[in-house]
Design a protein around this ligand. Structure first.
Ligand SMILES: NC(=O)c1ccc[n+]([C@@H]2O[C@H](COP(=O)([O-])OP(=O)(O)OC[C@H]3O[C@@H](n4cnc5c(N)ncnc54)[C@H](OP(=O)(O)O)[C@@H]3O)[C@@H](O)[C@H]2O)c1
Length: 384
């Protein structure tokens, strides 16, 4: 309903008030850190109402502005918020300036995006001390087509189909212009070519979750022949931890937890043991594991089932020694390394069957994610 109201109010007003009406001082500071941003911001500031249409008038005739005006539109549809809060702060804005492209960046026409719990935590203001300035276009995960390349970009070209997690650091200065938009600008090193056998919606759900699973397994020193218990095996990250542990790292045994309806999924992903947390307490079971990977926030229980000298990786919640926590760093080379496993079908994307959600259904998609019951990834597709 929220999305519907936003859309219809936009339709009623062909030149709606944008959450990004003019670049604020903070926005200009952020934007001017990438090449060409000032001209793009100037073009945005010059957008004016004319004959009932929104027209972006370039402030100068510099090549950068001409490129924005001819290659891609100056304005795009994007979900955005200008204050922290629950899903009610999300607005569909049809007049957001297309982000400028830095020398080391590509501009991607986003075909699909995916939500992560960190999008919700960020929107609630939990990271406001290190967040980019408001207003924010949320979204870390995307898949789409390169439509423009920066001058220092080496391996990508226009027309390439790519996927990636667009903010190198999730919590520290994440991009103000995220992936829930028609276009997003991202560093070349953070993306990879999309695996050929999967579609944009499937690809969009992978980057942040699969990079988290991979980084956690590496940090835990996981290797062939070791055993692992995955807490939260049916979620976005857990469904990939199971598969990477088995198919990429060569686990000798994978156990995972979920509620009763999801046990078959765990087994189909490669779990040797599927533990129904509604019926059994994993921490009371006799089996011990080389690594326990906690994607739920049960660090206190996780340490009870790790072998002496083993590792406990915690993604959320309190950390109990010897457990450790990390925050994922985006890295396109990890995606490129994993592409053969995806293209061979050994590792499969898991898209929640309630989706993909359409672009106007982003509020509904967030509400669903925030139930904590998603199976695999909550995906938004197509965009727009
Ligand atoms: N530190 C980092 O870098 C990093 C990176 C990514 C994610 N995270 C964090 O890791 C957590 C998981 O992320 P995600 O994307 O995987 O979330 P998600 O997809 O929303 O996880 C939902 C899944 O969690 C399962 N679940 C909930 N309670 C459970 C329990 N007690 N035992 C077993 N499974 C349970 C649910 O299964 P049932 O319906 O069967 O309960 C559901 O399938 C989030 O808190 C996220 O913020 C941290």
């Amino acid at each position: 309903m929220q999305a519907f109201l936003s859309s219809s109010s936009i339709l009623a007003n062909p030149c709606p008030r944008s959450l990004f009406p003019r670049p604020s001082t903070q926005s200009q500071l952020l934007l001017s850190s990438v090449s060409g941003a000032r001209t793009n911001a100037a073009a945005a500031a010059s957008a004016r109402r004319s004959s009932g249409r929104c027209v972006a008038t370039p402030a100068s005739s510099s090549p950068a502005v001409a490129a924005v005006a001819t290659d891609v539109p100056a304005k795009m549809k994007a979900w955005a918020y200008d204050e922290y809060g629950d899903t009610g702060v999300l607005k569909l804005d049809e007049a957001v300036s297309v982000p400028a492209v830095g020398d080391d960046q590509v501009l991607v026409r986003v075909a699909a995006a995916a939500l992560n719990p960190v999008d919700s935590k960020r929107r609630m203001g939990k990271f406001k001390a290190t967040d980019s300035p408001l207003p924010t276009v949320p979204g870390y995960d995307m898949a789409g087509v390169v439509v423009k390349v920066g001058s220092q970009v080496k391996s990508l070209k226009e027309g390439d189909e790519v996927y990636g997690h667009i903010s190198e650091k999730v919590l520290e200065g994440p991009k103000q212009f995220g992936s829930l938009a028609e276009y997003t600008a991202v560093e070349e090193k953070l993306v990879a070519l999309k695996p050929k056998n999967i579609d944009f919606a499937q690809a969009a759900g992978l980057p942040l979750a699969i990079e988290t699973a991979h980084e956690g397994l590496e940090r835990a020193g996981f290797s062939a022949g070791k055993s692992i218990l995955v807490l939260g095996g049916a979620g976005g990250v857990g469904s990939l931890i199971i598969q990477l542990a088995k198919q990429v790292f060569g686990a000798s045994k994978v156990a995972a937890t979920a509620s009763s309806p999801k046990l078959e999924l765990l087994k189909s992903l490669g779990a040797d043991v599927a533990i129904d947390y509604t019926k059994e307490n994993f921490e009371d079971m006799p089996e011990k594991y080389d690594v326990v990977f906690d994607a739920v926030g049960q660090g206190d229980k996780a340490v009870k089932v790790v072998k002496e000298g083993g590792s406990v990786v915690v993604l959320t919640g309190a950390v109990t020694p010897p457990g450790f926590r990390f925050v994922v760093t985006s890295d396109g080379s990890v995606l490129a390394k994993l592409n053969p496993y995806l293209e061979s079908g050994k590792v499969k994307p898991v898209v929640d069957p309630k989706g993909p959600f359409s672009f106007p259904q982003v509020v509904e998609a967030f509400s669903y994610l925030e139930t904590g019951r998603a199976t695999g990834k909550v995906v938004i597709s197509p965009i727009p």
